[in-house]
Ligand binder design. Structure first.
Ligand code: CO
Length: 134
């Protein structure tokens, strides 16, 4: 059911430092920071030959990333995103299998303008999983 790894998202305490590290030290193709007020994050997209990395930094007062960085002050992998062809069919199948979908259970439009859902990390080996319909 799941397809390609769309991205790995990394929460970072210092976005400028992370950009410099990925661009200059690791030599990656790093985009400009984008504020996503609906999601409470500033995102920097890094394009790799086979997938993407998203650097996430808190934006606003109720950012979902703020608590994560409090627990992981040096930053850390926040979630991984798998592509699916049909997000509703994927959701229904996962819920039938007992997996919990976060929020209302209805897809939201994610940072790439595509429908996304998040699955509870306790149901997936401690990993927050994002599904994105492509
Ligand atoms: Co994501």
């Amino acid at each position: 059911m799941i397809g390609r790894l769309n991205h790995v998202a990394i929460a970072v305490p210092d976005l400028d430092a992370a950009v410099v590290q990925y661009r200059d030290t690791l030599g990656a193709e790093v985009g400009a920071p984008q504020d996503e007020p609906d999601h409470g994050v500033t995102v920097v997209f890094i394009t790799l030959p086979n997938t993407k990395i998203e650097l996430l930094h808190p934006l606003g007062e109720s950012s979902p990333i703020a608590g994560f960085l409090e627990k992981n002050p040096a930053g850390g992998i926040h979630h991984i995103c798998y592509e699916v062809d049909d997000i509703i069919a994927a959701r229904d199948k996962l819920q039938d299998a007992g997996a919990r979908v976060l929020g209302t259970g209805e897809p939201k439009i994610g940072a790439h303008g595509k429908p996304v859902l998040f699955l509870h990390p306790k149901d997936f080996n401690g990993t927050l999983v994002e599904l994105e319909q492509v």
